[in-house]
Design a protein around this ligand. Structure first.
Ligand SMILES: Nc1ncnc2c1ncn2[C@@H]1O[C@H](COP(=O)(O)OP(=O)(O)OP(=O)(O)O)[C@@H](O)[C@H]1O
Length: 552
């Protein structure tokens, strides 16, 4: 083919160029139908002749500008004289330049430059800058919402039949794959956004228009009459708890969307013994925790069976893996902490109210003892401090139930003790993790809630609970039933992100691996820990040795 190009005459070359010229994307869609052959030809002509089109458009603009100048200057005599003078000087200059060597070429170059500038492609100010496909999808979502958000009393009439999507949607975003991933809606102040039925209608309408296979995160701002929606693919479920590759002071609460965090860690997806264990990179939700941490305590709230105890167990396993001391109160006698009893590092696990209150008293006394010793020592070596204030964890599963049981038994309110403990815990190295049924979050005192700045909400939270936890009515839409361990998390003043908690089902199998990993790292080995299922049963030791930073 290359040989034939040299022997082409200019006309053949032009014809070949025209034939081979890439057609534009829009026209490409029609390329398989003869019906649109003329459209294709027109697009090719416009594409190849684009410089000519620009020059013609610019020349026409130039002529129109000159005409406007000529006619508009005629309003006043004085202006008219000025105009005549300017035109005369311009004409004389042009003629003088024209008679110079290359003068005509220079004039042509000036004309071409001016025409190219004036005829350049400019966006049509009246045209929607979104692509047609995006406009169609946004408008379809808008139309689907009109029956539910239309309000005759709304002076702005943001949602009305025949309205444009821009009057109701304030922001939207499409990802690289052209998926709508976020949408912000401003609605009438008269819309009953406090009623879950009204909200549900809007949510289901959006899901119907945008697609049922996604997961939707709804953030209702009832004060501002705004709804922020994020549309995301479902998170992976059933991730087995394992020794996470994070820093020593970091604890993995769960996993979120890659767009919500700036990092990914390798995660083994299966705990099945034998065979290839798939490893993927997932975005962790990390709680940074340690002495003087900004968020030393955690509050987990969730609906019935949403996986609160599982999260507490997962954190207890991580704490033991770091060689920390663990105590736990199982207020509802679920037995979720039984398999921790008697393990190295586990000081006490209680479920009876009297014993649980006794444990609370002990932890408070230990915290006070630590505070006094630290005060006596003043500034001392870090290693001694670390030994004195060895991290001690108190897990209270279902705090509201514990309060109720203690009240029935005529005991003190555990929240009184907890509030003091949490306040001092930051310096004394005592971490409190409490869980509560979502509908009972309001029973937790503000003094307790305010000390727990790291928060996780699991399952479909009632509006009151999500407001108490995150300051807004958050809902997850899409699948009818959320998998256990799915919810939202916020650490301190960070953003609220959705989270999928890993499953810590078989802690008996998990602990030896976690603790073994710490010990072998302390021995200087860098080998990676097995997944839970892969354990060969090498019993765990106390795990008080050094913590392998590269393993956690
Ligand atoms: N992240 C998870 N992934 C998979 N399954 C989970 C997860 N979390 C919990 N589960 C499963 O869901 C069930 C309920 O979990 P769990 O007891 O932790 O919930 P809960 O919120 O504490 O329940 P309750 O409200 O009854 O106390 C258990 O069978 C558990 O194995």
């Amino acid at each position: 083919m290359a040989g034939s190009v040299g022997s082409e005459n200019p006309i053949q070359r032009l014809a070949r160029g025209f034939r081979d010229h890439p057609i534009t994307e829009a026209v490409g869609r029609y390329s398989n139908t003869t019906r649109h052959a003329s459209k294709r030809a027109k697009a090719r002509v416009l594409d190849i002749g684009h410089p000519l089109v620009v020059l013609t458009r610019g020349t026409r603009q130039m002529a129109a500008d000159a005409k406007t100048y000529w006619t508009e200057a005629g309003g006043h005599e004085k202006h008219k004289e000025w105009r005549d003078l300017v035109v005369f000087v311009f004409a004389v200059c042009a003629v003088a330049v024209g008679f110079q060597p290359y003068g005509v070429l220079l004039l042509l170059a000036i004309w071409a430059a001016g025409a190219t500038y004036l005829g350049r492609d400019r966006p049509d100010p009246g045209k929607d800058p979104e692509s047609e496909a995006h406009v169609a999808r946004l408008q379809s979502a808008y139309n689907g919402l009109v029956p539910y958000l239309m309000d005759a009393h709304d002076p702005d009439e943001r949602f009305k039949p025949g309205g444009g999507y821009r009057s109701g949607f304030t922001e939207w975003e499409f990802d690289d794959g052209d998926r709508l991933v976020s949408l912000k809606i401003q609605y009438s102040p008269f819309f009953k956004d406090g009623e879950s039925d009204s909200r549900a209608k809007v949510e289901r309408a959006l899901e119907g228009k945008i697609g049922q296979s996604n997961e939707y995160l709804y953030d209702w701002d009832e004060e501002g009459n705004k709804l922020a929606v994020r549309i995301l693919p479902p998170l992976p479920i059933g991730i087995p708890a394992q020794p996470w590759k994070v820093a020593e002071i970091e604890y993995v609460l769960g996993f979120t969307d890659p767009t919500s965090t700036a990092r990914l860690i390798p995660v083994q997806l299966s705990a099945e013994p034998g065979g290839e264990v798939p490893v993927v990179e997932l975005a962790p939700v990390v709680w940074r925790h340690g002495r003087f941490a900004a968020e030393p305590h955690l509050l987990v709230a969730g609906v019935l069976g949403s996986g609160k105890s599982n999260l507490l167990r997962s954190l207890a396993a991580q704490a033991l893996g770091h060689g920390h001391l663990v105590t736990a109160i199982d207020a509802e006698h679920t037995g979720h902490f039984d398999e921790f009893s008697g393990r190295d590092g586990v000081l006490r696990v209680e479920s009876q109210p009297a014993a649980a209150m006794d444990l609370l008293d002990w932890v408070c006394a230990e915290s006070t003892r630590r505070a006094e010793r630290l005060r006596d020592l003043g500034d001392t070596e870090d290693t001694l401090m670390t030994e004195l204030a060895k991290p001690l964890w108190l897990f209270v599963d279902e705090l509201a139930s514990l309060g109720e049981a203690a009240g029935r038994a005529g005991l003190a309110d555990p929240q009184d003790l907890l509030a003091d403990l949490m306040r001092a815990g930051r310096t004394t190295g005592v971490t409190v993790v409490v869980s509560s049924r979502a509908e009972r979050v309001s029973e937790l005192r503000a003094t307790v809630r305010n000390q727990a700045h790291a928060r996780v909400g699991l399952g479909q939270l009632p509006p009151g609970a999500s407001t108490a936890l995150f300051g807004g009515t958050l809902e997850i839409g899409g699948p009818a039933v959320l998998p256990p361990g799915r919810g939202f998390a916020r650490v301190g003043g960070g953003p609220v992100v959705r989270v999928q908690v890993p499953v810590a089902a078989d802690v008996t199998a998990a602990l030896p691996v976690l603790v073994g990993a710490v010990v072998s790292a302390g021995d200087g080995e860098t080998g990676e820990a097995d997944s839970f299922g892969g354990t060969d049963g090498t019993g765990g030791t106390g795990g008080a040795g050094g913590v392998g930073q590269d393993l956690y």
